[in-house]
Design a protein around this ligand. Sequence first.
Ligand code: URA
Length: 202
Amino acid sequence: PEKAVAAMARQAPESLGDLNRLIQRSEPLVPGATQAVLGEGPEGAAIAIVGEQPGDQEDREGRPFVGPAGQLLTAALEEAGIDRGGLYLTNAVKHFKFVQRGKRRIHQSPTTGEVKHYRWWLMTELGFVRPRLVVALGATAALALSGRSVAVLRERGPMAFDGWNGFVTVHPSYLLRLPGDEERQRAQAEFVADLRRAAALA
Ligand code: URA
């Protein structure tokens, strides 16, 4: 990975478009993904939201946060009064990692090594977007942004990332997995409250 980072640094992208072309041309670290899923949203957005990695649907469509977790995020943003179109949305890891089970492709969490491999891209990307606040959704994003393992439920809230004002909250797929309706609704309300609180900091 260090060699790969050095090789990418030598290519020194001069714009977000340049960087995105490099990302698109790169091979997935783990083979299988259809395409790299790039960040989406305006450069100069006040808030950047960082997820884990594209899911099955994102991999097919080539856009971040369009599957079930993305739809939950979109609904929560709306409830918090935040316009999704004004945000920059991206992922810590740019390729979908999965195991095939029959016709289904089952999501696999990236390893710490994989997160580190993709980190240079993420940091370079944020350097072009220059948000006032970076929101980490879940532990993988928090690891990528802070360089350490973060206990999301205990540490949720404002957090300084490497050079960025940050905020940590849960990942929407965690909310989708909660078993009881009541528990899920409570956790979703807390997620919306986090998003409101983050927006007020940006
Ligand atoms: N989950 C993520 O973390 N990112 C996406 O783009 C979709 C689902």
